[in-house]
Every structure is written in C-alpha cells, then in structure tokens.
Ligand binder design. Structure first.
Ligand code: ZN
Length: 141
C-alpha cells in the first residue's frame, strides 16, 4: 500500500503543478527545501525567467539557488543560507546526501550554472548527481 500511496501522492502533485503552470512563467518561487528542480519548473521558465529554489541536504539546511533561463543556458548562483521544511515530490535521498557533503565542503559561491545536458562528471561540476548538476562554468550572457 505504500507504493499506491506514493503513486497517488505523485500524481496529485503533478496535477497541482500542471494546474498552476499551464503557461510560461516569468518567475517561480519554491518555498520548501528540494534536492533538485523539477523538470516542469525549468521547462516553464520564459526566456530570462527566474526560479528561486531552496536546496537542502538531509538536515533541512542548505542554500537558496537562483536560476535564470538565459539563451546560453541556466545561469545559477546561491543567494542565501536557509533552514526549511522539505518539498515533497522534489527530493532524492542520494542528492540530499551529496548536497549536504557539498555544502560542508564549501565552494558553493563558485557555482555559476545549472546543467541539464547528459554528461560525465567533470572538474567544473561542483555537485553532480543523476538529477542535478551545478557547475562553476558561467553560461554567458
Ligand atoms: Zn555535472
């Protein structure tokens, strides 16, 4: 029954997100701690649209990421620290662990972009997981 409950919860969230994101958005503010942006959030951003998203590790603490949809890619940088409740439907345990480790290791101020292309981990990947890559490469204007 856990699987059925999880599926029902997942579909309910998709319905909620879809209902609220039926057109392109200039700005999306997520007010809960995720481990990665949902595809629908990034796909819904207009050119120069902004996504403000708290990214948190296992202990509900982390940093708020600002993402801008530029022609050249997704510019991204952290704007402030945060402690916030989890965002149901936008959390992955492995990415949460990696985020916690990355925040502890520092270097978060060097993040300049969010990559969505499939690639192997590179030296410029500040955090690289199956569903999130934060890179130190500036996507340009
Ligand atoms: Zn990467």
């Amino acid at each position: 029954m856990v699987e059925a409950d999880t599926l029902r919860e997942r579909y309910a969230e998709e319905f909620t997100y879809t209902a609220h994101l039926t057109s392109a958005a200039d700005a999306i503010l997520v007010n809960a701690g995720a481990t990665h942006p949902r595809s629908i959030w990034l796909n819904s951003l207009r050119p120069n649209g902004r996504l403000v998203l708290p990214l948190t590790g296992l202990n509900r603490t982390g940093w708020v990421l600002k993402v801008v949809n530029r022609d050249t890619g997704y510019a991204a940088h952290f704007i402030s620290s945060i402690s916030i409740f989890p965002c149901v439907g936008a959390r992955d345990p492995e990415t949460a662990r990696l985020l916690g480790d990355a925040f502890m290791s520092g270097g978060w101020a060097a993040v300049r972009s969010l990559r969505r292309d499939t690639h192997q981990i590179e030296a410029t990947c500040w955090l690289h997981s199956d569903n999130l890559c934060l890179s130190t490469v500036d996507p340009g204007a």
